[in-house]
Design a protein around this ligand. Structure first.
Ligand code: ZN
Length: 350
């Protein structure tokens, strides 16, 4: 098999084994139910509640505000959800904050926003999401919780102001709850019939996540490792990039049928600034953390296990950048992260 055959054959195999009809799935992922599911998860894990505040004036009629309360009913944050696409909005999905949590200058509660670009449904209907859209909603809400649960003194260390290879941990970890059968059975309800998604469809949906993960892991890892090699070799410049890449891949034993996701001469991601130079690995590193981190709940036998959730709250979501990221992870997990859960999540465990 040659590299240019791969995507063609992969698509044939996907159609044969995992052909999922978006039209069949979407009626189960109503926006309002998925917001409810994200809030429900936070309530079960961290004991916080959400009260709609339609009285608070916001910057656009589509944006909505909720007051976030702790278990004693004390306000801890304001959450703004701005879910619909509109012509003036940048594309994509992100979390941002209008005010970061801090206690340096009197206690300041965070004001956090999640911005999405979902299509607005006609009057009287709720918007329907794809499975990926629903996962994005949970992802950004995970970042949102990182900002809202922050409990630090200094604004510079608040919420999501952590290292780049740690900042996606709270968000990617949160995606796991959305994909649990326990949550899907409760919230993925058909918008017309109100019935839960049939088990067979749910199983097909979950199985499809592992399609082509071997390829994806190899093409990504090759780019990440060559990025590290290149930045390690920076003192030996000038570098013949093509020869360097070839010998690095040979050393890795790169399979003939797969090429790097990003060939070095066009890898703007790691060469256009310092943000991601020698840091392309951080995407998969975050996935090592989220898979291994969620395993802590599975090992406890309860996806909302209170003791595990309390450690997660104290050492990760509330800690901002007050602790070294690896030390924070150890305090939550009781050990270093292991890649085993990632391999299982991607369907690659032996
Ligand atoms: Zn993110």
């Amino acid at each position: 098999m040659e590299p240019w055959d791969w995507r063609y054959l992969q698509e044939k195999r996907r159609l044969a084994e995992f052909d999922l009809d978006e039209g069949e799935i979407k009626p189960y992922f109503g926006l309002e139910r998925m917001i409810e599911a994200a809030f429900y998860t936070a309530t079960r894990l961290f004991g916080i509640g959400f009260t709609p505040r339609p009285d608070i004036p916001l910057y656009h009629p589509d944006a909505r505000a909720w007051e976030v309360l702790d278990a004693d009913g004390k306000p801890i944050a304001l959450f703004i959800g701005d879910y619909y696409a509109r012509p003036s909005k940048r594309s994509g999905a992100w979390m941002s904050s209008f005010r970061d949590q801090q206690k340096l200058d009197g206690e300041r509660l965070p004001v956090v926003v999640n911005v999405m670009n979902f299509a607005k449904a006609p009057e009287g209907r709720q918007s329907l999401l794809s499975f990926d859209d629903a996962r994005t909603l949970f992802h950004e809400f995970g970042h949102g919780l990182h900002g809202m649960l922050s409990d630090v003194t200094y604004p510079l260390l608040s919420g999501t102001a952590v290292t780049r290879d740690f900042v996606e941990f709270p968000s990617q970890l949160y995606e796991h709850w959305m994909q649990q059968p326990e949550l899907l059975r409760r919230f993925a309800l058909h918008q017309d019939t109100g019935e839960a998604m049939p088990d067979a469809l749910l199983q097909r949906l979950l199985a499809a996540r592992n399609h082509n993960q071997g390829f994806a892991s190899v093409e990504y890892t090759a780019s990440a490792l060559v990025d590290l090699d290149l930045h390690d070799a920076a003192n030996e410049s000038p570098v013949d990039v093509v020869a360097f890449e070839r010998s690095a891949l040979e050393r890795l034993g790169m399979p003939h049928g797969i090429i790097m996701r990003h060939r070095t001469p066009h890898f703007a991601h790691v060469f256009s600034g310092d943000g991601y130079s020698a840091a392309y690995y951080s995407y998969m590193w975050s996935e090592v953390l989220d898979a291994d981190g969620f395993d802590a709940f599975l090992e406890a036998g309860d996806i909302f296990d209170p003791a595990t959730a309390a450690r997660l709250h104290d050492h990760v979501y509330a800690a901002g950048n007050t602790t070294d990221a690896l030390a924070a992870y150890r305090a939550f997990r009781g050990r270093d992260p292991s890649p085993d859960a990632l391999l299982r999540k991607r369907g690659l465990a032996a």
